[in-house]
Design a protein around this ligand. Structure first.
Ligand code: FES
Length: 167
């Protein structure tokens, strides 16, 4: 087993920040049509020294072990980062604690990056003071079920806030 495989096994044995965040300010979802996996990431922001920083991040993943491991690492890494710093992170940065991913697993890290970008883009300054985002309480499983039921097959797209309210 490679060093990276060992680290992935360790990460999924004790994943950090897994689960939806009910008081999130923003949520992002992304998936891969090839493997059918999905990752959703929630972000909660705070202000520090006049800058908007990520107070906490959490994720849900219906994906392979690598995606779960990268998401776990990423949500730890994001704590305390400014939005600008988080935007500068790519999938390589997010998966760096695991070591270099094998070519066939690179998209797993990219999916986590995609969920982060979607969450960062979906954030609005006012969202923390408005009604809670309708997506924040949605589970990824429920969303996937809706998509499977309505389309007959899982179609993976980047979701806009509110778009997934198909109940
Ligand atoms: Fe698709 Fe890992 S195999 S996310």
């Amino acid at each position: 087993m490679s060093d990276t495989d060992t680290k992935i096994q360790e990460a999924i044995a004790n994943p950090q920040n897994m689960g939806e965040m009910s008081d999130a300010d923003s949520v992002g979802t992304v998936g891969n049509p090839e493997c059918g996996d999905m990752v959703r990431m929630w972000l909660k922001f705070d202000e520090k020294d006049g800058k908007k920083v990520i107070d906490k991040a959490s994720f849900q993943s219906f994906g392979c072990q690598t995606a779960i491991a990268v998401a776990s690492m990423a949500t730890e890494m994001l704590k305390g980062k400014t939005v600008e710093e988080a935007q500068a992170l790519d999938s390589k940065d997010l998966s760096a604690p695991l070591g270099p991913l094998p070519p066939m697993k690179i998209h797993c890290g990219e999916m986590v990056e995609g969920a982060l970008r979607d969450a960062l883009n979906g954030d609005s300054e006012a969202s923390a003071n408005e009604e809670p985002s309708p997506v924040a309480g949605n589970t990824l499983l429920g969303d996937m079920n809706n998509r499977v039921e309505s389309s007959g097959k899982l179609k993976v797209v980047t979701l806009e806030e509110g778009e997934e309210q198909v109940l």
